[in-house]
Design a protein around this ligand. Sequence first.
Ligand code: ZN
Length: 528
Amino acid sequence: MTTTLFRGAVRTGAGDTDALAVRDGRVVALGAAALALDADEVVELGAGLLLPAFGDGHAHPLFGGLEHFGPQVKGLSSVEAIATEVGRWAAEHPDEEWIVGASYDPTLVPDGEFDARWLDAAVADRPVVLRAYDYHTVWCNTEALRRAGVTAATPDPRLGWIVRRPDGSALGTLREWHACDLVLDRVPGRPLDELVDALRVAGAAYASAGLTWVQDAWVEPEMVPAYVEAARRGALAFRANLAFRADPDRWREQRAEFVAARASVAAEGGPLLSARTVKFFADGVIEGGTAAMLEPYCDAPHSCGMPVWPPAALAEAVTAFDADGFQVHIHAIGDAGVRTALDAIEAAASANPTWDRRPVIAHVQIVDPADLDRFARLGVIANFEPLWAQLDPLQTELSIPRVGPERADRQYPMRGLVDSGAPVSFGSDWPVSSHQPLEGIQVAVTRRTFEGTPSRGWTPRERLTVDQALDAYTGGVAHQAFADDRRVLEVGGAADLVWLSADPRVVDPMRLRRIAVLGTWLAGTRTH
Ligand SMILES: [Zn+2]
C-alpha cells in the first residue's frame, strides 16, 4: 500500500499544519506524525496550499457536458454571432435532425425576447432550439415551433408562457417549464454513449477546478443509467449525488419511482454515486419575472411572479418525500419562494419523526428579513451560487429594474446567513455559470465584478471573509453531502484534496481567481 506525503502548508479546515499523509484513500497522519512516516511518494507543496477538495452544492453536470457537443453559443456577444455559429454547426452536422445548443446570453436583447426569424436566417429547414443560460428559457426557430405545433391558437400552458408578436403568433422565445417542454419534448433522446461522454467531459472540467463532489440538482429517472454506466466504465472522475425533480402534477406517482431509482443507484452505482435527494422548484427567476415575490414586480405591478406549487401542495409533497427518507433540495429565488420553501420544510419537520435531514434551499436570492433566522433554527442549508452576487448586466438590465432598489439591495444575504449560524454551502449551477470555485470565492469576498466594479463592493455588508468562503465551498458542501469524513482533513477522513498554487488568505482578493489548481485527489487518487 502506497503512502503519500504532502509536505508544505495544509489548511485542514480545523487549523493549519505543515504535512499530511495519505494511504488507501484516507488521511493517516498530520503534521509531525506525517513527516515521521516512511513515505513512498512525496508531493512538495512549495508556495502552494493543500486543503479539502471543493464540492459543488448545485450543478448540472450532464447538461454542462452536453453543451460541449452542440453549437458553441456560450459567451457569444451578439445575435448575429449566435446565428452564425448555429449555421456553421448545422453545416458540419448534416445528419443531425435537430440542432440543440446551449447556452446563450438572454441579456443580449431587450427583455430577453429573441425572434425565431433570426435563427431561420441561419437554418430554416431543420428545427433549432437553444437554451438560455438560465435554463428557464428557450429560443427556437420557426421549424421547431412548427414541429411542436405551436401556433397563434396555442394557449399559454399553466406553468410558463409563449412570448408573442402583436398578432398573437409565437415570437420564438418560450419561458419556463411547460412552455419550454412544448418544444423540448419533441427533441429525440441522446444515446447512452453520448451521455457517458458528457459526464467524462464534466469530470475533466471538475477535476481541473479542484472539485471531487457534485450535487446534480436535476435528474430525470431516464438520466440515471448514464451515471451508473459512467461509474461502471470508470469514466466518472467525481462523486455525485443525484436529485430527482418532483413534478407538481405527478409527484404522488413519482414517490415509488424515486425510491426504486435510489435503490438501483445504491446497488449498481458503486462508491462514487448516491441518489438521496429530491429537487423542487418553488419558483422561477427574477430576470424572467417568474421568481415568486411577496410584493409585485416594479415593472409588472399586477404580477408577483410564478410559484410552481401552491404552498400547501409543496408542504405536502416535501413532507411525503421527507418521510421516504429523501433530502429535499428546493430552488427558491424570490422572497415568497424562500418563505414557501421554509414553510414546507418546517411542516415536514413537525409532521415526521426527527432524523438527520439536512434540507437545502438553493439560490436564496431575496429573503424577507423576517425569514433570515429560520434557516439556522430549522437547520436549513442555504446554498448560494456566489458568482451571481455581482453587479453584472443580468442585475443592471433585468433583475434590479424588476425588483426595485430596496429589494435589489437585499440580494444574496450570505454574510447575514453565516452570521445567523445557518449552514451555508456554495455551488456554481454550472453550466448556468462557471464551475470554477475560485471565481465564486473571489466574488463572495469582494462582491465586485472581475472588472472591479463597484470599487467598494456591491452590498458590501454581505461580503464573506476568505475563510468563510473557503468553508462554504469545502466543509459546507461536505455537510450538505452527508460526508462528515470530508468536512475537514483529519486522520481517518477521506483524502479528497486540492492543491492550490497560492494561499487564498494572503493574495489580493481581486486575484483569487488567478490562483491555479495544481492537483486534485479523490480518495487519494489523483484526478488532475
Ligand atoms: Zn440549477
